[in-house]
Design a protein around this ligand. Structure first.
Ligand code: NAD
Ligand code: TDX
Length: 333
């Protein structure tokens, strides 16, 4: 039996990862450590077998709680973070506390207890690419983050690298592109637009909508993380992506069309300050070294399934929708 701690396991990607692990690794037991911020929701873990998944409510920056949970683990996968760029522009403080101090606190605990650590990060640490250049991010791209969110994620990656080099912590890092799928909080681009349409609100596109994101289904992110946890080389960074580049305008139009609406029935709103233009991942290392392949590569089909999920789970998102929209409205978004 492997005892796996998943921080942030009540959030979007973390909860999908816990469901994935319960399905594909029957011999593993998972303990979720999550603070249940606005983005964490125990409903995301509903229905999972009680003998396979335990829950501890706590802050990853709280050394006492972290020490107890990590001390009983064989491995930690660290998803917990403040994750939304727009929030980081309004109030950066929680991003420093959770993404930097929280990661530091976990690193000290895995160092003390000799526990394997996998750090979940983002392609945003590399900054952005020009819209018209063929370049993609690789593991050798220099760090150049733009927002308070991405700079705190970049800082957390560097902490992990230093703890590997200086203290021989047994850690790996992955930097993944934009995820989509079920259980994504409605502040994010794709669920915001789907739930806007379901609520009779027009989708909102920042600026001209030409910014490009490299979409990956959250299931493919999960399978890559299991692969790295089991077979990744200690101290290495792996980029995770599934060749899913789309500009935001195309995605909004596809959502409207799949939902039976006029594809032009959206509105342009204020752009995000410092808005990154394009992200694109080259995942050759992960594919060649560990043999990982994405399985959910038809974006249109994945988007349709995601629309169906939000349509069937109104009770999950409706209680928070008005508040999320009120916050955006204050910024003219
Ligand atoms: P999310 O905001 O949906 O979930 C974050 C979870 O972390 C929530 O359950 C929240 O309660 C918990 N949390 C926040 N602060 C905490 C703290 N101090 N202590 C304990 N728990 C805390 O985020 P997400 O989109 O699922 O992202 C998960 C991870 O994946 C993050 O590290 C993020 O940087 C990374 N990532 C996200 C994407 C994406 O497209 N969403 C892409 C690449 C990487
Ligand atoms: O209403 C919107 N309209 C819009 O045009 C929103 C919410 C977003 N956008 C644009 C901004 C981005 O170009 O859509 C794109 C995606 O926006 P987000 O969902 O906020 O994601 P992004 O900023 O790209 O960051 C995401 O991917 C990398 C996650 O939130 C991060 O946690 C992850 O690290």
């Amino acid at each position: 039996m492997t005892e796996l701690v998943v921080t942030g396991g009540a959030g979007f990607i973390g909860s999908n990862f816990v469901r994935h692990v319960v399905r594909v690794r029957p011999q593993w037991h998972v303990t979720v450590l999550d603070k249940l911020t606005y983005a964490g929701n125990l409903a995301n873990l509903a229905g999972l077998p009680e003998d396979r998944v335990a829950f501890v409510r706590g802050d990853v920056a709280d050394a006492d709680v972290v020490d107890g949970v990590v001390g009983a683990a064989d491995a930690v996968v660290h998803f917990a973070a403040e994750s939304h760029n727009d929030n980081s522009l309004r109030d950066p403080r929680p991003f420093v506390d959770t993404n930097l101090v929280g990661t530091f606190t976990l690193l000290e605990a895995v160092r003390r207890h000799g526990v394997r650590f996998h750090h979940i990060s983002t392609d945003e640490v590399y900054g952005d690419l020009a819209l018209d250049a063929p370049a993609r991010f690789t593991e050798h791209t220099p760090y150049n983050p733009s927002s308070p969110y991405s700079s705190t994620k970049a800082g957390s990656d560097l902490l992990v690298r230093a703890w590997v080099r200086s203290f021989n912590v047994q850690a790996t890092i992955s930097n993944c592109s934009n995820n989509y799928g079920p259980y994504q909080y409605v502040e994010k681009f794709i669920p915001r637009q789907i739930t806007n349409v379901l609520s009779g609100i027009r989708p909102k596109l920042y600026g001209a909508g030409l910014n490009v994101r490299d979409w990956i289904h959250t299931e493919d992110h999960s399978s890559a993380v299991v692969e790295i946890l089991e077979h990744g080389r200690i101290g290495q960074t792996y980029l995770i992506g599934a060749d899913g580049e789309q500009n935001n305008l195309t995605v909004v139009r596809m959502i409207l069309e799949l939902m039976g609406r006029d594809p032009d029935d959206f509105e342009h709103v204020n752009d995000r300050p410092g808005h990154d233009r394009r992200y694109a991942i080259d995942s050759t290392k992960l594919q060649e070294e560990l043999g990982w392949q994405p399985r959910y590569t038809n974006f249109r089909e994945g988007l349709k399934a995601t629309i169906d999920w939000y349509t069937a789970h109104r009770d999950w998102w409706e209680p928070v929708k008005a508040q999320v929209e009120a916050t955006y409205a204050k910024a003219g978004q």
